[in-house]
Design a protein around this ligand. Sequence first.
Ligand SMILES: Cc1ncc(COP(=O)(O)O)c(C=O)c1O
Length: 369
Amino acid sequence: MSSIDDALAAELQRLEADGLLRSPRALPKDALVLCSNDYLGYAVESVPLEHAVPAGAGASRLISGDHPMIAEAERDLADWVDAERALTFSSGYAANVGTISALAGSDDVIVSDELNHASIIDGCRLSRARVVVVPHLDQAAMADALASHRDARRRWLVTESYFSMDGDGPDLTALRSCCDQYDAGLIVDEAHALGVFGAEGRGLSHAAGVKPDVLIGTLGKAVGLWGAFVAGSEVVVRSLWNRARSFVFSTGISPLLASLIRRRLARLRGDDAARSRLAELGRHLRAALRDAQAAVAPLSHGPIVPWMVGDAAEAVTMSERLLERGIVVKAIRPPTVPEGAARLRITLHAKLTDSQLARATEALCAHRS
Ligand SMILES: Cc1ncc(COP(=O)(O)O)c(C=O)c1O
């Protein structure tokens, strides 16, 4: 082993000793998977192709990778979230990192919820803006931070609309007025809300009648594909086309993906039945877990049901016991969540049958007793 390998192996051993080592693991056959973000159950379906579509874009969109099918998919995405324009990215990670670092600069201030996703954190860091991290969902702290940076070139407030590890979210109407009051741009990551909440799955901003200046959406969660998009005004999208490095210096999304997006969106928008079923499953599981005295995150709602455990090792043991019973629920540990806030993150999907939900509920509650 080289000295580099030795040093890396020692770091991995430390992670293992702290109970924080992750390794790939195949899911058991016929397992009940309650940890994916495939909220509508679309991702597992295979898709028959009716027409031949190019598989690759071949280059960045700015070079030769701009297929008409991509522009059509972007029109559909913009229409879905009621924005002027949308721009696709290869992933949500790339969308956040590229967008935030392109729009904010070193003379700006970004106010960021402490539980924002790693891709938002990395985008903030790359922007070189002054970043003020505020306690989770603390509107007063957000307003204070914006108020005390009136002299910055620009102010930004960035949040998720539905937090993926907590199943909660901010009052978007209040955040919009706060941003208006301090002339700040509102960036809302709707990764886990689009497809899940609101009529036609148009997300929590749309449901609240709020227009973010920049909306981030992923296609790998409820849409069940992969990739992501950013929606906003014409000028926001033109800025990103020119300045978002993860867009400019990266191959355009595949025209094949673009055609799948168009089909999938049409179906998803019409599938309010799946959204109602998902909401119903969430209500049932929460009620059963609370009856069994499980510490379900009190503000959580919707398909993400976090069971707060605290200790990382205990959360891992619980997840392993569930796995023995054929139920896959992951233990979420630091650094994904703060120290001492390890949890089981149970996520539901609309295709769960009543008997599958009963089986999962029984296994989860049995663990409790
Ligand atoms: C809030 C949020 N934004 C962005 C991403 C990244 O999306 P993607 O998986 O498409 O890279 C995630 C992924 O989990 C997320 O939870």
